[in-house]
Design a protein around this ligand. Structure first.
Ligand SMILES: Nc1nc2c(ncn2[C@@H]2O[C@H](COP(=O)(O)OP(=O)(O)O)[C@@H](O)[C@H]2O)c(=O)[nH]1
Ligand SMILES: [Mg+2]
Length: 339
């Protein structure tokens, strides 16, 4: 899905970016040829926040927006990685080439969860039509969703048939990362109590498909009906021309219910194709939120530079001493950062 106006092109630098050999154009060509090592190196540079990569990202953005992005989120241990593994398997059966970006906002290090993911998706490691990459917070807490978006630009340039984004449902960052997805799959497990109360605010509104995994556990049907009831109160539930999020049951380990999930994902993509206006509205809302995030991130990065950090601390002192209020301080800071 691209909101890019037709015919507009972004200049590609001929200077190359940083330590990478070749021009940006050569890098883009090697991505288009599917060179995994080039992609892996670029994503590492994105993770470390290398500013030299920005012109390349601009060029990728101008060309991007073609690959379906499917976001999968839910609490730790809900079975997201197991589901992703099953989805990879089905898509490979359909002859599709699949990339997976596993983003873990909960962990500042590439910790146990991601290691577990690697093991679970291991059976695809010899398949060169599958690419699995994980990203962890590593000190970029606020910027992880942005870094993930940049990594998705790299993957988008590689001509995968589908990109799956797995993200741990912890805190706000999960919803942020979902802003990149065309289809949002929310994974839950049979809840002991109120399944809907267990959902974080906003999650009910952003989900396109709900999955109750571990349907072998007690209470699965009750969780399904609680979710269905809650969805019937969603703001768009009564609109005849809107997508009505289904609630599915799966047993990821056994591969049960996966066909239905694959069909639902396809049906949702078909809905976007047949409802371009709704798609445009959704894309616009998502992109609006992404831009707002990016403004905060860019400002934050600028603040890190040299005397700006000091200026920030000085203003903070002023606010603490009540010589300056928050509105004025923010305005002064922004005016300064624009220069
Ligand atoms: N009983 C049962 N266990 C499952 C099912 N799906 C996944 N699991 C197990 O739940 C654990 C967490 O799965 P994982 O895919 O790593 O969850 P994630 O943290 O959401 O990615 C693993 O031990 C899986 O084998 C299921 O349908 N039923
Ligand atoms: Mg996982």
């Amino acid at each position: 899905m691209s909101d890019r106006p037709g015919g507009e092109s972004v200049a590609v630098t001929r200077t190359g970016t940083g330590a990478d050999p070749g021009t940006d154009l050569q890098i883009i060509e090697s991505l288009a040829r599917g060179e995994l090592r080039v992609a892996a190196r670029l994503i590492s540079r994105i993770e470390s926040g290398d500013p030299a990569i920005l012109p390349l990202l601009a060029a990728l953005h101008a060309r991007g927006g073609k690959t379906p992005l499917i976001g999968i989120t839910g609490p730790p241990g809900a079975g997201k990685s197991t589901l992703v593994d099953q989805l990879i398997f089905r898509y490979r059966q359909q002859g599709k080439r699949v990339a997976v970006l596993a983003v873990d906002p909960s962990s500042p290090f590439s910790g146990g969860a991601i290691l577990g993911d690697r093991i679970r998706m291991n059976r695809h490691s010899a398949d060169e039509d599958v690419f699995i990459r994980s990203m962890a917070a590593r000190g970029r807490l606020g910027g992880l969703a942005i870094a993930a978006g940049d990594a998705l630009l790299v993957l988008d340039a590689m001509g995968w048939d589908v990109i799956l984004i797995e993200t741990v449902g912890v805190g706000q960052s999960e919803i942020d990362i979902l802003r990149h997805a065309h289809t949002v799959v929310i994974v839950q497990t049979p809840a002991g109590g109120d399944a809907v109360q267990a959902l974080k605010a906003g999650v009910l509104e952003v989900g396109d498909i709900f999955v109750v995994n571990k349907a072998d556990a007690a209470g699965a049907d009750r969780t399904v009906s609680q979710l269905r009831e809650a969805l019937s109160f969603r703001s768009d539930a009564q609109e005849p021309e809107s997508w009505h999020a289904p609630v599915l049951k799966t047993q990821a380990v056994e591969g049960l219910g996966i066909d239905e999930l694959v069909l639902s994902i396809a049906a949702q993509a078909e809905f976007w194709r047949s409802h371009p206006q709704q798609r445009a509205t959704r894309r616009r809302l998502q992109t609006r939120l992404l831009l707002i995030d990016q403004i905060a991130e860019t400002l934050h990065q600028r603040q890190q530079a040299g005397d700006r950090q000091q200026r920030f601390e000085q203003l903070l002192d002023e606010v603490l001493a009540r010589r300056c209020d928050l509105h004025t301080a923010a305005s002064r800071l922004l005016d300064h950062a624009m220069k």
